[in-house]
Design a protein. Structure first.
Length: 156
């Protein structure tokens, strides 16, 4: 009875491992294998968002790996495969999207925000260093005399 229970528990524990899919693709040479690796690490998983399709376990990543493999077998170039993926999923699948009117903010937005912050800080510092305006900075003769009197009494 104990052995049967142990086998049942072991079987349940290994169920998850048995379902995990491992891609096994046959390549005619090492160059094709390297192209496959390069392409799968260059493209982002649409579901995982910050993981390439080579490392993702999402079903869509497995589909994309299969699609890349099939296109490599058809003799398509890397550029054709990437163009296909971009046409299907948009620039999001690229870790390095092209600079165009849709990605301008992505590329130059952080630098613009930093520049704006530096300008704001410079203006604030300049305002603090500037002396007060004319009317508030000058004292009347009576006020100056009173100030001198107070400073003289303080020194004694």
């Amino acid at each position: 009875m104990k052995r049967l229970l142990a086998v049942a528990l072991l079987g349940l524990a290994l169920c998850g491992v048995a379902r995990a899919a491992i891609d096994t693709y046959e390549f005619p040479n090492e160059g094709e294998r390297q192209r496959f690796r390069d392409l799968t690490t260059e493209l982002r998983c649409p579901k995982c968002q910050n993981q390439d399709i080579a490392d993702s376990n999402a079903p869509i990543a497995a589909d994309l790996r299969k699609q890349i493999y099939e296109q490599l077998q058809q003799g398509k170039s890397d550029a054709q495969i990437v163009d296909y993926m971009v046409a299907r999923y948009g620039d999001f699948v690229l870790y390095k999207p092209p600079v165009n009117e849709r990605t301008w903010l992505l590329w130059f937005g952080p630098a613009g925000a930093l520049l704006l912050g530096v300008i704001v800080v410079a203006v604030l510092v300049a305002r603090r260093r500037r002396p007060a305006s004319g009317a508030a900075a000058t004292l009347s003769a009576e006020e100056q005399a009173r100030l001198d009197q107070l400073l003289d009494n303080q020194d004694k």
